[in-house]
Design a protein around this ligand. Structure first.
Ligand code: NAD
Length: 293
């Protein structure tokens, strides 16, 4: 069964970016967030997210000719629409209780063949499916997109032995052929692969820059010329949002076994805490390690 209609729940940084990438591939997508608490337009959060996609510069996340393929909504009035879709991608806040509550509703409203996945960056799959029925476990996996989805080719996939065998194939074919992703299968470990390794080099980069009195430009020049990411470590933190790191690290620490050596380096540096407190959260805030132009 092909994937012809998609829904994304959570119209934040990731959900809206994922919805844009799906629409850019010519696929219709519902983008649902919470109903707005102020004003009469209950879809205001998702609508504002779509408007932002068109104006993000650089890089544009949304091709304007495909914007009509994204349909904004809210998860109270429009949940019934998910009965029409083939794949629901959950991209709400990184809170297992909030995610599980949503999954219970999705399991009731979605058709049996509909795939459901989470974009969690750190929560293990077995935590997300705790106390959920078998009908849910058969259709659920983690599809971990990276920011910004349009430009990051990696898609981490985490599955369980409960997943229906054809479900993984359907996601892989769609992700490869329609979204141009390179899929990597990961074990159900806290942080999967990229965040385990990424946490190590981000933390090390900050500590070494402070210890050696390096400028962020020097550090990132070394990393980019060394061939790691295009932005360097500090540029990447500005792009992703500095305020995301405490959340990732907190839930990461909660899930790491006591003997896991990553625990020793997973504490957030105080420099970063100070910056977040002062609103220097990166490109979405007052700037971050780099000034805004
Ligand atoms: P965000 O805070 O930008 O957006 C979350 C959105 O979810 C908000 O708009 C919020 O209103 C909405 N929301 C909260 N509860 C909801 C509910 N019950 N129903 C519908 N919408 C709800 O967060 P984000 O950075 O986009 O992260 C979303 C998910 O993606 C998290 O699980 C995060 O760990 C993961 N992730 C984030 C990044 C990143 O770089 N930001 C990268 C990969 C994965």
């Amino acid at each position: 069964m092909n994937i012809e209609r998609v829904a994304v729940i959570g119209a934040g940084v990731m959900g809206s970016g994922i919805a844009a990438q799906v629409a850019n591939a010519g696929i219709a997508v519902y983008l649902l967030d919470l109903p707005a608490q102020e004003g009469s337009n209950r879809n205001a959060i998702a609508e504002a997210a779509i408007a932002k996609l068109l104006t993000t510069e650089p890089p544009p996340l949304m091709l304007s000719e495909n914007v009509g393929l994204i349909h904004p909504g809210n998860n109270e009035d429009d949940l019934f629409r998910l009965a029409e879709v083939d794949w629901v991608i959950e991209a709400v806040v990184e809170n297992p209780a909030v995610k599980r509550d949503l999954y219970r509703k999705l399991d009731k409203v979605c058709r049996p063949g509909t795939l459901i996945s989470s974009n969690t960056s750190s929560l293990p799959l077995h935590v997300l499916t705790q106390e959920l029925p078998d009908s849910f476990k058969r259709r659920f996996l983690i599809t971990h997109f990276f920011n910004p989805p349009r430009y990051m080719r990696l898609l981490e996939l985490v599955t369980s032995s409960d997943l229906a065998p054809e479900a993984l194939d359907r996601i892989r074919v769609f992700a490869d052929q329609k979204l141009g992703k390179g899929c990597v299968l990961c074990h159900d470990t806290p942080g999967f692969i990229a965040n385990r390794i990424g946490t190590f080099w981000i933390q090390t980069a900050i500590r070494e820059a402070i210890a050696l009195n390096l400028s962020v430009e020097q550090s990132d020049a070394v990393m980019t010329l060394f061939g790691i990411p295009k932005t360097g470590v500090f540029g990447l933190l500005d792009l992703v949002g500095l305020d995301l790191m405490p959340h990732i690290l907190k839930s990461f620490l909660q899930t790491l076994p006591a003997e896991d050596k990553l625990r020793d380096i997973a504490a957030i540096p105080s420099l970063m805490t100070d910056m977040i407190e002062q609103g220097y959260t990166g490109r979405k805030g007052k700037g971050g390690f780099y000034r805004l132009k």
